[in-house]
Design a protein around this ligand. Structure first.
Ligand SMILES: *Cc1c(COP(=O)(O)O)cnc(C)c1O
Length: 359
């Protein structure tokens, strides 16, 4: 049996069908329908945030966020993330300026942000990578001092709390991805979160072509809407998200236990004060050569970890001459091990046995 990096959580077909019956009864398929509204209300409550807009994916969430905050010219961001964090900034006609990461938490290093600020800087985009919060307090101070808006790409951080409140309350806007591979998903989807009423109004317009009503257009917008079918999946998965996170904790604890004696396997440090969501299980190895050998050994046994995140984003083909030595080094040595709801302890034993033999 093949073990992949992830496997999407699927609710029972019976539960999904219960919502589908509502769609057939309502005859309402998309455009801010009743199920989408229900999902938004329940997400706001579950996550503890003021405004939340479900959109078609996590990338459009980032693009709308950058627009709503007037980002242009230079935007300071992290080189250690999924490619969409950078591509969305470039797509919005901004130049990403990479501030390197901290080697222990793998999140953007606030001191490096300050070094990169110029008169052309219009904002900061951080990532709570693997669900590990950025240094939100230091970044808040920088944001105030230099008057720069902050977006947090929280695609990995669903349900994460920092010092007792949702991590999504930090920064001007946080974005989420509800892609099928994420901890909470709507097949495809995402959300934009803010506590600012004025920003919320802008975002809500931008998501819907800039139209306030069908005959009144008050801004330039795009189609960022999501459908009732996606909302239905979200409502089913949301019912289970508590047990999904609990199960992932059990699995991560088991990995920890079986890898405890392998001190060549280093784990990123979760920021103190974090209530974590166990969204990924990254390990940092001593060298790329060791990583490649391990990956090959695992593949031979039908186990497929992923090089999240490789390459470092400052090395993308459309980025010219920017260096980020810590991110480049870590991205060559980091491997995410399989982690998903249906993974069993015996699967983990099989995976860690290969790791212990190979290292
Ligand atoms: C998944 C992901 C995205 C993109 O989300 P989509 O919903 O796939 O568009 C953006 N940033 C990060 C860090 C991600 O992991």
């Amino acid at each position: 049996m093949k073990i992949s990096i992830t496997k999407s959580f699927l609710p029972s077909q019976k539960e999904y069908n219960r919502y589908l019956s509502k769609i057939w009864k309502n005859g309402w398929l998309t455009n801010n329908g009743p199920l989408l509204k229900e999902l938004e209300e329940r997400l706001k409550k579950y996550l503890g945030v003021k405004h939340l807009f479900v959109v078609s994916n996590g990338t459009i969430a980032l693009q709308i966020a950058a627009r709503a905050l007037g980002m242009k010219n230079e935007v300071i961001t992290t080189p250690f993330s999924f490619v969409a964090t950078t591509s969305s900034v470039v797509w919005e006609n901004c130049k990403p300026i990479f501030a390197d990461i901290s080697p222990d938490t793998l999140t953007i290093n606030p001191d490096k942000i300050v070094e990169k600020i110029t008169p052309r800087t219009t904002g900061i985009v951080g990532v709570h990578v693997y669900g590990n919060p950025c240094d939100v307090e230091k970044i808040k101070k920088i944001s105030k001092k230099y008057n720069l808006p902050v977006i947090y790409d929280a695609a990995h951080a669903f349900g994460v709390k920092y010092k007792g409140k949702s991590i999504l309350n930090y920064g001007d806007i946080s974005t989420l991805s509800f892609h099928a591979t994420k901890l909470f998903h709507t097949v495809e989807g995402g959300a934009i979160v803010t506590n600012d009423d004025e920003l919320a109004r802008k975002i809500s317009l931008m998501r819907n072509f800039g139209q306030e009503t069908p005959e009144k257009c008050t801004a330039v917008g795009i189609n960022g809407k999501n459908s009732e079918f996606h909302a239905a999946m979200g409502l089913c998965v949301l019912d289970k998200v508590g047990s999904i996170i609990k199960k992932r904790k059990v699995l991560c604890d088991f990995y920890d236990k079986l890898l405890a004696k392998k001190d060549v396997v280093v784990r990123p440090k979760i920021r103190i004060g974090t209530s974590y969501n166990y969204s990924y299980y990254p390990i940092v190895l001593p060298s790329e050569k060791i990583l490649l050998n391990l990956q090959q050994a695992l593949n031979k046994r039908d186990i497929f970890p992923r090089r999240y995140f490789f390459p470092s984003l400052n090395k993308l083909c459309y980025i010219k001459n920017q260096s980020a030595p810590v991110s480049e080094d870590i991205s060559r040595r980091v491997l995410c091990l399989p982690l998903y709801y249906d993974l069993s302890k015996s699967d983990i034993r099989k995976i860690t046995d290969v790791i212990c033999e190979s290292l």
